[in-house]
Design a protein around this ligand. Structure first.
Ligand code: HMG
Ligand code: MG
Length: 310
């Protein structure tokens, strides 16, 4: 196929799943989910073997009211050794909250397109990067891990096509500022496999791909196809959300992250370890559905873990 160069490496034996449902999933729910219900979901996910989990956002409550109780969520969850608990953090105020809440990790976020960035954080991209100065370096100094997101890498809901070279510059900036990993967001789920390969080819020329994760929304059913390209090119961290819960309040149409069960089912079927118990993960998906009170779209969530033929 034109554009599909044989740049593939062997599949990894283990992949790290970065669970985002308590943040990316719940931030987009119209109903306010009770704090104790969020805690129940987080604990069910950790029980299933999830080792990295974003449990909320320290953003402005008037911007994302669903995340207003992130401090309380952090206080209430029973911490499990070996699990990294993370929260989004856009500014110095967010870092103060992160410290008080004793999270292990924070995540800063910026978009590769100006208009989405402005709608999301009320700042230009350049202003956003400046707002990270009192966040990333001080957080690292205080022993927190800092992750970065570059959103709208595959397309912007306001501007359409996005030049991946702009995202690459942002990713380099974030890594150079102290982020240990940058997660590339297909915020509105428009990406297709050859496009993913082109983006990763561009990144691989400049950045070790171990420092890159993929954060794919499955709005058009292409997320797993993009995961496969990522795996073959050396990506070993994938963000996902149980039962496909998710979206972005400032990205119209960004319904549904890649469902964690669909990711884990596919990886395990390919002989790739995740450390997650798929049956228990499926149960956590039932918790997610119960607490939001609506049907969730994940494929394995709906079909069940095993085929009927067994
Ligand atoms: P602003 O209104 O420009 O900032 O918002 P401000 O500094 O003027 O603050 C406004 C008010 O918010 C003030 O309160 C501040 O104190 C307060 P007031 O004086 O009016 O009562 N405030 C805060 N309160 C608590 N915690 C804070 C905080 N900061 C300010 N940290 C700001 C700028 C960045 C704060 C705002 O735009 C915001 O919070 N945006 C967050 C939007 C968001 O969370 N979007 C979704 C997450 S990103 C995403 O989903 C994409 C991702 O999944 C990857 C992908 O899919 O591609 C990560
Ligand atoms: Mg997202």
């Amino acid at each position: 196929m034109k554009g599909m160069a044989p740049a593939f490496v062997e599949l990894p034996s283990r992949v790290s799943v970065y669970e985002v449902s308590p943040r990316d999933g719940l931030q987009n729910e119209s109903a306010q989910v009770a704090t104790h219900a969020k805690v129940r979901l987080i604990e069910a996910l950790v029980d299933a073997g999830v080792q990295r989990i974003e449990v909320g956002s320290f953003v402005a409550p008037k911007w994302v009211p669903q995340m207003a109780d992130a401090d309380e969520v952090c206080r209430m969850i029973e911490r499990r050794q070996g699990v990294t608990y993370a929260c989004l953090c856009p500014n110095a105020r967010g870092l103060d909250r992160a410290r008080a809440a004793d999270v292990d990790e924070i995540a800063v976020f910026v978009s590769a397109s100006e208009t989405h960035n402005l709608k999301n954080v009320n700042k230009s991209i350049a202003q956003t990067l400046r707002a990270f100065e009192p966040v990333i370096a001080p957080a690292v100094d205080q022993g927190l891990r800092v992750r970065g997101y570059v959103s709208t890498m595959w397309g912007c809901p306001y501007e359409g096509e996005v030049d991946p070279a702009r995202g690459l510059e942002l990713a380099k900036h974030l890594l150079g500022s102290g982020c240990y990993q940058v997660s590339l967001g297909d915020t509105i789920g428009v990406g297709t496999p050859v496009q993913t390969q082109r983006i990763l080819d561009l990144f691989a020329a400049d950045i070790p791909l171990e420092q890159i994760a993929l954060h794919l929304h499955d709005t058009r059913g292409t997320a797993l196809a993009n995961v496969l390209v990522g795996l073959q090119m050396g990506i070993t961290t994938f963000d996902a959300s149980v039962a496909g819960l998710g979206g972005c309040p400032y990205a119209p149409g960004a319904a549904g992250n890649l469902a964690t069960e669909d990711l884990v089912y596919t990886l395990h079927g390919m002989g790739i370890d995740t450390g997650i118990d798929l049956e228990k993960l499926w149960q956590a998906g039932q918790v997610a559905e119960a607490i939001v009170g609506r049907d969730l779209p994940g494929k394995v969530h709906r079909a069940g873990v095993r085929s009927l033929a067994k």
